[in-house]
Write a protein that binds this ligand. Structure first.
Ligand code: ADP
Ligand code: MG
Length: 680
């Protein structure tokens, strides 16, 4: 198949210079590219059904004979109408076409055709509006391709038909046979033909799975080769004795299975691998990542290591400090906090104690990177909310140890496919289970007309001693209708909620001001915090029970989920109110998902599907290749391909063995397209 990537698309029949340009717009330069341009859906024309059997609002293929083709006529609107009465032998149906006069010459009385569309029962008979029509020989499953203006899916299909014919008798498979067998996936030969022209819908599914597997595997191999160097350094500090059980006995609760699994994966990394741990702990808000970090720190400290835990803000660092201090209260482990606002005198004491090894765990902000911070034996570096740190900051902290173990915690549920793209060099532990008794945050979607009622609801909660957040998309008012936080708070003062303590928080405030506003909210002085999305990250105020979000349509689903995660953290029932006057289908669908589920991973997947990976994280800025099949939900291929990639690279790190030539080719092709770093 490799040679087809050198055969220009213009060599196919019917693809002249003009069409060639259109194909190029779709990223298709060669016949090989075309074969790797997969359908986004299918039209099943393979099993025509009876007129009366078509379920409402579903598209089906019907095989019918033309009874009467009425002469086309021009309607008052100028549209040319063509009406044809057809029958499937049992029922009659009127088929209407708009501005397709030429069909009159084709659809002759007595002729039999396939009509693909929806059937409507009008009460006086069946009706089908502007279906696709084909000869009865076309009774197959047809691919539907992403289109570009000027190039229809049928034209692409015709080109693909020719391309498939150019495939060799048996396409060489880049994936070695043992791997195909082990993961029970079909051959490339089958997949590349059947993804375009499946005989049965199962074929299409199997092919998609296979091609997704291949893409993921190729991506993993490419990433591993790019970042392979990190694995080559030796871990100097290791865990020789696992103290996890001891730590779990100290906990006031029973850890979830997901927590246990994540901890044991970390311990295994730090105990049995020759290179340092490099692991991402992904867990939705409230899944208990802190306890996992504490457990790992516990064993690390008991094995003579110091741990550093870096958080992006002072509030978060302080909260982590408090939680870890509580969790490790009876453990004899010494924990300190180091942030910008610690007094110089205190800092000096901390610096000295760190260097002596008197402090076991240091928690802090960027202050940890200061040159003055020197460790005696830094063995474990933990960073929270890592996407907020520059790589430079992380490595500055890491360089304070001698190849320390690294643990990254992310509270942003990222679809697995993206996590892999962004954190490709990290092993992954997912906390996919919530601690028991966690309450669901009830979520409602209202329009602006119900705002007054919503305020009454807020009032009730505040009277009850709880606190609320109101989030607006902008800081200052501009000409648009978006609710700005500043304007909003002044309007709010005129409502019955005006009598409470209101505070404003936004990103344009100085860090000190922000911290002051936040700490008033944390301490309960403020009843309602009107804010922009700056509160998004990790703040824990268990007493807050309502999250009201204005112009909810402006936010990504994952962002809404993060915001919602600020409530439902305490004992009181919590609510999220999404306010939007936008009634487009996509808004209704998106906000509907928020009302339906509290599962961050489900939401992230839906978000990814609706917005596409490019949009989701701006994948371009990560310089990562785009995946053609990004819809891999429900498949475990991330883990499978991770496994498979490991196996392949352990015996052949540079993919030089003859059996790995195809994978090497595909890896290079993928990264070349991304325009990213070159693989050697
Ligand atoms: P996050 O993953 O968002 O960082 P935290 O670690 O802050 O979550 O945990 C949220 C809350 O849940 C904390 O109050 C913590 O003590 C509690 N918690 C964690 N694990 C469990 C568990 N297994 N059972 C009960 N409560 C737990
Ligand atoms: Mg947390």
């Amino acid at each position: 198949m490799a040679s087809l990537f050198r055969k220009p698309i213009g060599t196919l029949g019917g693809v002249g210079p003009k069409k060639q340009q259109l194909f190029e717009k779709l990223g298709i330069l060669s016949v090989g590219d075309l074969l790797r341009f997969y359908p986004r859906a299918y039209e099943d024309w393979s099993a025509p059904c009876k007129i009366a059997d078509v379920p409402e609002n579903t598209v089906r293929c019907i095989k019918a004979r033309v009874e009467t083709a009425h002469k086309p006529f021009v309607a008052r609107t100028g549209t040319i109408l063509l009406k044809i009465d057809v029958t499937d032998g049992d029922d009659f149906m009127t088929v209407t076409f708009f501005n397709q006069r030429y069909l009159f010459d084709k659809l002759k009385d007595g002729g039999e055709f396939l009509f693909y569309g929806t059937v409507k029962d009008t009460g006086i008979g069946y009706e089908m509006l502007s279906p696709a029509v084909s000869d009865i020989t076309a009774a197959e499953i047809h691919p539907v391709y992403p289109q570009t203006a000027g190039l229809t899916t049928r034209q692409i299909e015709a080109a693909v038909r020719q391309a498939v014919k150019l495939l060799p008798e048996k396409t060489n498979d880049p994936i070695p046979q043992e791997i195909l067998d082990e993961y029970n996936i079909c051959s490339l030969d089958f997949a590349i033909r059947r993804i375009h022209f499946p005989e049965k819908m199962e074929d299409a599914l199997k092919s998609r799975e296979r091609l997704a597997f291949e893409e993921m595997l190729v991506l993993q191999l490419g990433m591993a080769r790019l970042k392979g160097s990190t694995k080559k350094e030796k871990a100097t500090l290791k865990i020789t004795e696992d103290h996890t059980e001891e730590f779990f006995d100290l906990l006031p609760f029973e850890p979830t299975n997901a927590q246990k699994r994540a901890v044991s994966q970390c311990i295994d990394d730090m105990m049995n691998k020759s290179y340092p741990m490099n692991r991402l702990i992904q867990g939705d808000v409230g899944s208990g990542k802190t306890a996992v970090a504490a457990a790992v720190c516990y064993s690390a400290v008991k094995n003579g290591m110091q741990c550093a835990f870096m958080a992006p803000t002072e509030i978060l660092a302080t909260q982590h400090y408090q939680s870890l201090s509580t969790l490790l209260a009876d453990s004899g482990i010494s924990i300190e906090l180091l942030t910008g606002s610690v007094t110089p005198a205190k800092k000096r004491v901390v610096y000295e104690a760190l260097e002596n090894g008197d402090i076991d765990i240091i928690i802090g902000t960027h202050a940890l990177i200061s040159e003055k911070v020197v460790f005696k034996a830094l063995g474990l570096v933990i960073t929270d909310e890592q996407h907020r740190f520059g790589v430079a900051q992380r490595s500055a902290l890491i360089s304070k140890g001698d190849s320390p173990h690294i643990m990254v915690m992310s509270a942003t549920p990222i679809p697995r496919t993206l996590a892999l793209m962004i954190f490709g060099d990290l092993e992954l532990s997912v906390l996919d289970e919530m601690p028991p008794g966690r309450q669901k945050v009830d979520t409602y979607f209202i329009d602006g007309a119900k705002r007054t009622r919503a305020y009454r609801f807020l009032k009730k909660h505040i009277e009850n001693g709880n606190q609320c957040y109101i989030v607006c998309p902008l800081v200052e008012q501009n000409l648009s209708e978006l609710q700005s936080a500043e304007e909003y708070i002044s309007k709010l003062k005129q409502t019955p909620l005006g009598e409470y303590n209101l505070a404003l928080l936004h990103g344009k405030m100085k860090p000190k001001e922000k911290e002051a506003v936040m700490s008033d909210f944390v301490s309960g002085k403020t009843d309602i915090l009107v804010s922009t999305t700056v509160i998004e990250v990790g703040v824990n105020v268990p007493n807050a029970t309502i999250m009201m979000i204005e112009n909810a349509e402006r936010f990504g689903l994952s962002q809404l989920h993060q915001l919602r995660g600020r409530v439902g953290r305490g004992k009181d029932k919590s609510y999220c109110i999404l306010v939007s006057d936008n009634c487009s289908d996509s808004t209704i669908e998106r906000l509907g998902i928020m009302c339906k589920t509290n599962n961050g991973f489900e939401i992230a997947d839906a978000d990814l599907k609706m917005r596409g990976p490019g949009d989701f994280f701006g994948s371009r800025q990560h310089g990562l290749p785009e995946l053609k099949i990004d819809d891999m939900s429900g498949m475990d291929i991330l883990e499978q391909t991770q496994d498979a990639a490991k196996k392949i690279l352990s015996s052949d790190p540079d993919l030089t063995q003859p059996g790995h030539g195809g994978l090497k080719f595909e890896t290079e092709r993928l990264f070349e397209k991304a325009g990213g770093e070159q693989l050697q």
